[in-house]
Design a protein around this ligand. Sequence first.
Ligand code: CUA
Length: 351
Amino acid sequence: MTKTRPLAWHYRINRQRVSTGLLMIAGLLIAGCSGTPVNMLDARGPAAASIAELWWVMFILGAAVFLLVVGIVLAIVLKRRSQADTDTGLQRPDGRDTRWIMIGGIVMPLIVLAVVFGFTMRSMAGLSSDEGELTIEVIGRRWWWEVNYRDLGITTANQIHIPVGVPVDIVLQSGDVIHSFWVPQLHGKMDAIPGRVNRLQIQADEAGEYRGECGEFCGIQHTHMGFVVVAQSAEAFDSWVASEQQPAAQPDDLLAVRGQEVFASAGCVYCHTIRGVDFSSIDASAVDLGPDLTHFASRLTLGAGILPNNRGNLSGWIANPQHIKPGVLMPASALSGDDLQALLAYLETLH
Ligand code: CUA
């Protein structure tokens, strides 16, 4: 059923990567993995604004130097051409030539580099700020993002909710290889390195969804390691927190109840946690490889941003994730049609 959809996605994503390269060369846009391209210069937070300002300073200075050099070269060529008849060949440089070399080769670069240095220092000073009002632990994994709000007792994946206008500390770690956390409209990249804790502070000036992606090659599904930062009003954020803190809802219709049994018997429980459900008959304590699914149905996407979270896509994902995202740790399932329908019904109750 979903056989053609993933291919179409791959095609679309690849096409976007190509256009991303062109746009980066143009130096104007930096594209995300899917959806509409994300413009790094369309800053929506203080850190991104500071980086965008530095980008513009460097771009304007670079463009000015380029135009100046091209202008001088053109002027010299035209002047030499008009003198061509009287020119007798190479001449020794006179005092005026030496002065040009001193100004153009030493004084000008020093001024330009000093200005860039000054702006860079200013940007860096602006980025290293005080402690944020909220701390979120983000762990890069192949190929998704684990998101923990330790102080609030919330664990989720690939979707980071933050309140608008509040500085939020992101504490970055990696569960396997080096990844890089990047939300172009909110901040620059920061690596997630195994055995190390890195920090950055994001803040969104207005409510909205901000696409993020992995900015460091981390394996074959590196381009499919997207996430979204959802910036919300204080009230909306508080209500999201209250909802996420609840244990999973107990299913009440028969199909979903059977789906919960399938979740245990088919082995899903070995990799995925659903808080509040007693799977004590199964020893699932050893492995915790996949995303926490306690409030799975409230997430926007599947497979770290590659598919919208709906029944059709979820069905295809459970049946054969390797077809949609080859190399991912989740194996294909051999569920009967009835079991799959029951499992889907159960997962849809996890709001
Ligand atoms: Cu994770 Cu690239």
